[in-house]
Design a protein. Structure first.
Length: 69
């Protein structure tokens, strides 16, 4: 499953690392947009296979942030 950005913004914090277990609705990435922090939760449980972004990166709506297996 691909975890996608729900809006444009900067990657403020990456909460989990590659190889970490993630539960459904657990925050994976926190975006910052217009001085607000927007958590991006996993849509299903699994393992973080790959992070596609780094802290400080700018992402657009629909960009893939991580791959969860």
């Amino acid at each position: 499953m691909e975890l996608k950005s729900s809006m444009a913004g900067n990657v403020w914090k990456i909460v989990l690392n590659e190889g970490d277990q993630v539960e459904e609705d657990q925050d994976v990435v926190i975006l910052e947009s217009m001085k607000m922090e927007i958590p991006i939760p996993a849509e299903s449980a699994g393992t973080i296979k790959e992070l596609k972004v780094s802290e400080g990166d700018f992402v657009n709506e629909g960009d893939v942030l991580a791959v969860i297996e």
